[in-house]
Write a protein that binds this ligand. Structure first.
Ligand code: 13P
Length: 255
């Protein structure tokens, strides 16, 4: 059984006060007995404030990025150790906005994923094709390339410890209101799991959670989560609205 992971990626949104308010509202509305894991991913600068609100609760804290070096002259970057000190347990690596807006390379993402997972963080490695890649029939090829390059030289031991989550986020579905259909998402998740079995092992592939992301809202969460290979959701816009995000968590509780 793979525990469902519902994550709210707040991206570059919310003030400090708004982040604290949203975290405390989610905290008060999510039952302590929830079986799904709930992860909040604020902007770096608000992580500490959110940590104060959700410490000693069942809510988990994530970061949107991390640098691969331990310390030193890397202006503007944040290390795994700094995140761990604040109580961060999960970190996104290779989000499509970092690939396509910030232009992070496969090699950089691989180093980040290795650094994060080997330093006791859970790395949520994001993959997904653009609309152009999809329309030209290249989605499978692109996703396979992202998996191969991202997971290269990753320790099987840390994966076996649960330190790797994959998030399938088709770029054409992010922030567009155009969600992948549950069938399409399931088909791609099954494809990803089959490739993980080849690249790693069938046992590891069976244990790795694969989240779906891209215009998830409370209205479509249940049907996505009903699919056998969808092990959670990575939510952007709807995670900024308490009622939407809590509705998504409730859908996970019922799934
Ligand atoms: P939206 O839910 O706003 O489409 O964003 C998805 C996403 O990028 C989460 O990481």
């Amino acid at each position: 059984m793979r525990t469902k992971l519902i994550a709210g990626n707040w991206k570059m949104n919310l003030s400090k006060a708004e982040s604290v308010t949203l975290a405390s509202e989610v905290l008060h509305k999510v039952p302590k007995s929830a079986k799904a894991q709930v992860l909040l991913i604020p902007a770096f600068i608000h992580i500490d404030a959110v940590a104060q609100v959700i410490s000693k609760s069942q809510l988990l804290l994530g970061a949107q990025d991390v640098y691969f070096e331990k310390s030193g002259a890397f202006t503007g970057e944040v290390s795994t150790e700094m995140l761990l000190e604040l109580g961060v347990s999960h970190v996104l690596v290779g989000h499509s906005e970092r690939r396509h807006v910030i232009h992070e390379t496969d090699a950089v993402l691989n180093r980040k994923l290795i650094a994060a997972t080997s330093e006791k963080l859970v790395g949520i490695y994001c993959v997904g094709e653009t609309l152009q890649e999809r329309n030209s029939g290249k989605a499978a090829e692109v996703i396979l390339h992202q998996l191969k390059t991202g997971l290269a030289n990753l320790s099987h031991d840390v994966i076996a410890m649960g330190h790797l989550v994959i998030a399938y986020e088709p770029v054409w579905a992010i922030g567009t209101g155009q969600t992948a259909t549950p069938d399409h998402a399931q088909e791609t998740h099954a494809f990803i799991r089959a490739r993980l079995a080849e690249l790693l092992s069938p046992e590891l592939a069976d244990r790795i959670r694969i989240q779906y992301g891209g215009s998830v809202k409370k209205a479509n969460a249940a049907e996505l989560l009903a699919k056998p290979d969808i092990d959670g959701l990575l939510v952007g816009g709807a995670s900024l609205i308490v009622d939407e995000f809590v509705g998504i968590i409730q859908a996970a509780e019922k799934s």
